[in-house]
Ligand binder design. Structure first.
Ligand code: ATP
Ligand code: MG
Length: 569
């Protein structure tokens, strides 16, 4: 490709809307253009990079035995009503009506559509297992579209769905997909980590996320410094801290005027924070049931764990007026004497063993001291409902837990019979008995992965693409457009790369060399070939973008040298 003819417009200034580096660089290098919030056009350079990520995904999915299909974006509401998700998807689902006022969704994901295909076509165990995937535009009306391609409202996803006659078959395919995904991320040259993730009500280790490690990541990953335990903070667990044995003292209600916050309780009553318990009042937004969640004063309630414990899709803290209706006063709520007819007590497993803790007195300006679980109150449910903190101990090996930021770029999930049951995807087993299929689903955010790659590969001058994804691998530049020998050599070298089918760009614009270099560094070609003063001798300068290293190479060796370097960079 000749840059003089190529459609690319780089920007000097960073557009104000861009907060993270990938967004800034994608805009500045002329790879994408914003149309509306979370909606982008891919310009030629950006599309080329996107297609390369896509090609790697396709190759690895095909190699793993999955078969590519292409499902519609437009999906009838009836199907989503069958699975129950027409209501539960809420505002994230883009909905439209056709001319007959029939309702449709713009697919945010395709479990319903793919299950509908399979339930009609497959009736025998002989046709299972089966893994179908597609690379498709998805629509999600995100609450906060941001960070450019990282959280769009229209984005490219690979989504795969597998169907099985039994759990063992699903487990095997899950492993197969994990390996395939690992290869995809490795080939993209990403530093990533596979972590345990929330698996909703299904539980178990059937949900794993592929996180690209980057400061700008929206997710927090908890990992063990000593073993390979790693989990999204949404689901991470820790060992329950061991407590000193002590004698239970007499329950004592004390005045605590205006002492509502844990910090103040600790100070006013002169107790360690490890011996305080706070009560958080939650409501199940589906059933309206009320819950009192008890947790150590220095911990926070993990709402995802809470949702899974009570098996709902949404919870919220009670409002002041809702608290008033229950005669509860914020800051002074506690389990002793709580009205368990109206609310269910859930205790975090870590508080059960605390001897003589404080808790709200259920009366304005009072707290209980020396509260003991079992003697003074009991919880209907005791479970892990806390958010793990850095420095806690690993529940596997006792090592120290630490944290890192990650960009969730892939997700593999055992769905079990969630959709096959509600949509009736059944088959006849060996004995001719009707059974519900087991399902798995697998997704990679193709566009998000491209952005994540830039988050990890950049410097003050611009993007540093790995050869596997770079829109163009080599840029050839005549140092002086007026020097005929340099221009001719550049043409020659350019054609050599073309002949070898290596994506090459010739910067044949009538511009100063410094200007060309700036653009080249911004766009991030892994290799730059400059035809300059030694052109007459057939010698070019080869510069490696990632290291800044420059080599002098004969025009006859330049292609083979680049080919060799491509293995590394
Ligand atoms: P998140 O928690 O970031 O919203 P998700 O759990 O909703 O992600 P999945 O439903 O598992 O994501 O979708 C599969 C993959 O699609 C994700 O791993 C991610 O790479 C990508 N993805 C999801 N939402 C977006 C988005 N709004 N923009 C770009 N990519 C996305
Ligand atoms: Mg999401």
């Amino acid at each position: 490709m000749r840059l003089s003819k190529y459609y690319v417009k780089t920007l000097k200034e960073t557009p104000k809307e861009a907060e993270v580096i990938s967004h800034k660089l994608l805009l500045r290098s002329g790879m994408i253009k914003r149309l509306a919030s979370g909606v982008y056009t891919y310009l030629p350079l950006g599309l080329k990079a996107l297609k390369k990520v896509e090609a790697i995904v396709r190759e690895e999915m095909d190699r793993a035995g999955a078969q590519e299909i292409f499902m519609p974006v437009l999906q009838p509401a009836e199907l989503w009503k069958e699975s129950g998700r027409w209501d539960t998807m809420g505002a994230e689902m883009m909905r439209i009506q056709d001319r007959h006022s029939r309702e449709f969704a713009l697919g945010p994901t395709h479990e319903e559509v793919v299950t509908d295909i399979i339930r009609n076509d497959i009736s025998s165990y002989k046709a299972l297992p089966l893994n179908l995937y597609q690379i498709q535009t998805k629509f999600r009306d995100e609450r906060r579209p941001r960070f450019g391609l990282m959280r769009g409202r229209e984005f490219l996803m690979t989504d795969g769905y597998s169907f099985h006659a039994n759990r063992e078959s699903l487990d095997a395919e899950f492993e197969n997909m994990r390996e395939a995904y690992t290869k995809v991320f490795e080939r993209c040259g990403l530093k990533f980590r596979v972590v345990e993730a929330d698996s909703g009500a299904i539980g178990g280790s059937g949900s794993q996320e592929f996180h690209v490690l980057a400061e700008s990541g929206e997710d927090e990953i908890i990992y063990c410094k000593s073993c390979d335990y790693a989990a999204n903070v949404e689901t991470a667990t820790s060992e329950i801290f061991s407590l000193e044995k002590a004698e239970a003292k007499e329950l004592n209600l004390v005045d605590t005027p205006n002492v509502a916050k844990i910090k103040d309780v600790v100070e006013y009553l002169n107790v360690p924070v490890e011996q305080t318990v706070k009560a958080m009042m939650y409501k199940d937004m589906v059933t309206d049931n009320m819950y009192m969640v008890l947790i150590r004063g220095d911990f926070e309630v993990n709402e995802i764990k809470l949702k899974n414990i009570i098996n709902t899709i949404d919870v919220a803290l009670l409002t002041d007026s809702e608290l008033e209706e229950l005669n509860l006063i914020k800051g002074f709520i506690g389990p002793v004497g709580a009205d368990t007819e109206k609310l269910t007590i859930i205790a975090d497993e870590s508080i059960v063993g605390i001897v003589n803790h404080t808790a709200g007195g259920n009366k304005l300006d009072t707290h209980f001291m020396n509260v003991n679980y079992g003697r003074d109150y009991e919880a209907k449910i005791v479970a892990d409902v806390r958010t793990v903190l850095v420095g806690e101990k690993c529940s596997r090996c006792g090592g120290e837990l630490s944290s890192a930021r990650g960009i969730e770029s892939g997700h593999i999930f055992k769905l079990g019979d969630k959709y096959s049951r509600s949509l009736g995807a059944t088959f006849l087993d060996v004995n001719g008995k009707s059974q519900v299929m087991e399902m798995g689903c697998y997704g990679i955010g193709v566009s998000r992965t491209m952005a994540a790659l830039i988050e990890q590969n950049n410097d003050e001058f611009g993007i540093i693409w790995p050869s596997s994804i770079a829109p163009f691998i080599v840029e050839v530049i005549p140092a002086n457009m007026k020097a005929q020998g340099q221009v001719e050599l550049a043409e020659e070298v350019y054609n050599q790369f073309k002949d070898e089918k290596i994506d090459v760009m010739l910067d044949d614009r009538d511009e100063r060399i410094g200007f060309k270099f700036k653009d080249g560094d911004l766009i991030g070609y892994p290799f730059k070939v400059v035809c300059g003063k030694k052109a007459e001798e057939g010698i070019v300068e080869l510069k490696i973008r990632r290291t800044g290293e420059t080599l002098e190479v004969s025009k006859n060796d330049v292609v083979s040298t680049v080919k060799e370097l491509m293995k590394k960079y």
